[in-house]
Design a protein around this ligand. Structure first.
Ligand code: IPM
Ligand code: MN
Length: 355
């Protein structure tokens, strides 16, 4: 029988990206060996250094090449030497738009109470998945600046929601909630700001309509401001959450802290059945570059999500188990940068995969 092979693009990017991706790839290779599948990897140099050298941010031909892969593993993008947002828009936003990666999947799970900044919260209390819409809203890029630099300057950024854009991500979230099986009746919470931003009424209506297809899923609703409060006060109330792009961006950083920090928070930028991109939620943290101090667990978790996407569920489980047992064991005292060496966390996870 021929060996299963997966074609994966690797984009380490800027700052700490290269170091954390190196550990993610060690884990990927080890899991591949144990599960008996092959990985064909192509590594791309795009990011700040490449841009400064060549003037090239993300050429369409490279995007097209990546489109022929099953998945993309991304480290981090962003560098203070370059105009704010230029690389983020060309690369992160470029991938999300080009491949229509409409789901931004962000699991928030606490493994050990000592990593949680909230008082009296345990792993049983913090176990949710945030489904962030990933292609529309204020991120659609509609708007601009009129009479820039004058006293009469006008700056506009449109929040847009399309019927099919809202519907597909809500349906994905219901389906996920139904399949997830956290225990008890699954619940999906819609988070929006439809009281102040009346255009978001489209979320309210579509959510109610799609809910009828999923009688097994309980529904709930919170405005984004209140959701931030509940996330801190009663995170145990959340199971699966669905929310527009910008609120999802903000809420998931809060969620990352509640699960122990940016060191462990991963995300998938997904179009089901098509090429999708997986990345840690944290940024490039240029000041930590080359210090071997960034926590690679978020990237390792991104590899876990990537394996789920390419149909290697058993390999994904291995990673989940290794991360869980490692964090439960108390061997990693803090998930912040500097608490452990990047390579040392890689070693620990590799040992846990063997155990
Ligand atoms: C994220 C990041 C990006 C976003 C930035 C880098 C454009 O913060 O993935 O959450 O806002 O989506
Ligand atoms: Mn963000």
């Amino acid at each position: 029988m021929r060996m299963r092979r997966h074609k994966i693009a690797v984009l380490p990017g800027d700052g700490i990206g290269e170091e954390v991706v190196a550990q993610g790839l060690r884990v990927l290779d080890e899991v591949a060996r144990r599960e008996g599948f092959g990985v064909d990897r192509t590594t791309y140099p795009h990011g700040a250094d490449h841009y400064l050298k060549t003037g090239e941010a993300m050429p369409p031909a490279v995007l097209a090449e990546m489109g022929r892969c099953e998945a993309i593993l991304l480290g981090a993008i962003g560098d203070p030497r370059i105009e704010t947002g230029l690389l983020e828009r060309a690369i992160i936003w470029g991938l999300r738009q080009t491949f229509d990666l409409y789901v931004n999947l962000r699991p928030i799970k606490l493994y050990s109470a000592e990593h949680c900044p909230l008082k009296n919260k345990t792993p049983a209390d913090i176990d949710m998945i945030i489904v962030r819409e990933n292609t529309e809203d204020a991120y659609a890029g509609l708007g601009g600046i009129h009479r820039k630099g004058t006293p009469h300057e006008v700056a506009v950024a449109e929040m847009i929601y399309t019927r099919d854009g809202v519907e597909r991500v809500i349906r994905y979230a219901f389906d996920l909630a139904q399949r997830r099986n956290k225990g008890g009746k699954p619940k999906l919470t819609l988070v929006d700001k439809a009281n102040a931003i009346r255009a978001q009424d489209i979320w309210t209506r579509v959510f109610a309509e799609v809910a009828r297809e999923f009688p097994g899923v309980a529904t709930d609703h919170a405005y984004i401001d209140a959701a931030c409060m509940w996330m801190v006060k009663n995170p145990e109330w959340f199971d699966v959450v669905v929310t527009p792009n910008l609120f999802g961006d903000i809420l998931t950083d809060l969620g990352a802290m509640v699960q122990g920090g940016m060191g462990v928070a991963a995300s998938g930028n997904i179009h089901p059945g098509k090429v999708s991109m997986f990345e840690p939620i944290h940024g490039s943290a240029p000041k930590y570059r080359g210090l071997n101090s960034a926590n690679p667990l978020a990237t390792i978790e991104a590899v876990r999500l990537l394996l789920e996407h390419v149909g290697e569920a058993s390999g994904a489980k291995r990673i989940g188990h290794a991360v869980r047992t490692t964090l439960e064991s108390g061997r990693i005292k803090s998930l912040s940068a500097g608490a452990n060496k990047t390579t040392e966390v890689g070693d620990i996870i590799l040992a846990a995969l063997a155990g």
